[in-house]
Design a protein around this ligand. Sequence first.
Ligand SMILES: *Cc1c(COP(=O)(O)O)cnc(C)c1O
Length: 412
Amino acid sequence: MDDFNFESKLLSTPFPKKDNYNSLSMPIYNTAAYEFDTAEEMEAAFCGRTPECTYSRIANPTVQYFENRVKTVTGAFAVTALNSGMAAITNTIMSIAYSGCNIITSRHLFGNTYSFFVNTLKPFGVEIRFCDLTKVEEVRENIDSNTCALFLEIITNPQMEVADLAALSAVAHANHVPLIADSTIVPFSAFHAKDFGVDIEIVSSTKYISGGATGLGGLIIDYCVFEWSHAPRLKEIALQFGKNAFFVKLRQEIHRNFGAYMTPQTAYMQTLGLETLDIRFQRESRTCAELSERLKTIPGIENVNYTGLPDNPYFDLSLKQFGPYPGAMMTFDLASKKVCYSFMNRLKLIRRATNLFDNKSLIIHPASTIFGTFAQEIRDKMNVSDKTLRLSVGLESADDLLNDILQALNGA
Ligand SMILES: *Cc1c(COP(=O)(O)O)cnc(C)c1O
């Protein structure tokens, strides 16, 4: 199976146990607990000496199968599926952060990630050091022996900034700091995180993977290449488990205590979504690339921002890291917030909704929604302009999408 390509590997991941009824798709094991034949077997399972499931907050066969499929196609050593992208981020950080540590990141962050860092972590004594991650020197200057992570998003939203992952991971690793990347914007069919030195990859599977916005989910993808023996929270565990220390900490403590494991129903839907991930992504990202080219020529639309456009400042880096179709999301500016609103209100095909990479195209005005409760000063620092609209491109025809934009623009 190792010889197969992505698409085939994905569809041929075997079940860990033969199904009693030879079911071709993994059944939904809708159960909280699992029965044992003997007390001895129960002890062995609870103490981790056998792989049997004990309780569905900790593991569930349907979710494990989804995790296995992600492992197969990413080549990761360990995958944990949680009930949202935010749960994946919080569980990851809670496994490595400690009072007195600092996290190096950018202000260009998903709104709730920013709030988690700045509001939730602060009272626990975690310092957030905001840097311009496009300047490797700035990261080098800010990193120190209490830095527990370098955290970034591979293409920031809505600024569409791209950092040089190989350069950043080199600085991080020279300082024994793991590089944690939120790769939600480009799926792992197109972006191979491990090749660029990412240690822990985080994905909101709510987006491309769910297969049409069927529900929320998050993935923690661990390549088990980082040497955790210098990480204060993990060095003890690393003595015994080496490069698996993060995974062991996460699975044996943090994720059990936080209780945000994916549900079997969601895992079933996301396994189906995964089967068509690549084909949907190819279609959506190509339409996005085509549409961004065409929008650039339309009067009234400014600053079309898609890193796959050859005149984009991040084009070369984006091409190297993500290939020619870096995601299915773009932003563009209209004359004012008022014009943005009247444009949005006239759209007939494109839906007014948050979320990304639904099968349907979605538009949102980030400044007044995702960042709507942030102070103006913070929005300015985050470069979230109230002239900007974010468009997530779905599976509709590029011509119809363009025509919808043109008719909405004419009246706006
Ligand atoms: C949506 C999103 C998240 C959060 O994921 P949820 O599944 O909504 O919790 C995190 N990071 C990025 C880049 C996202 O787009």
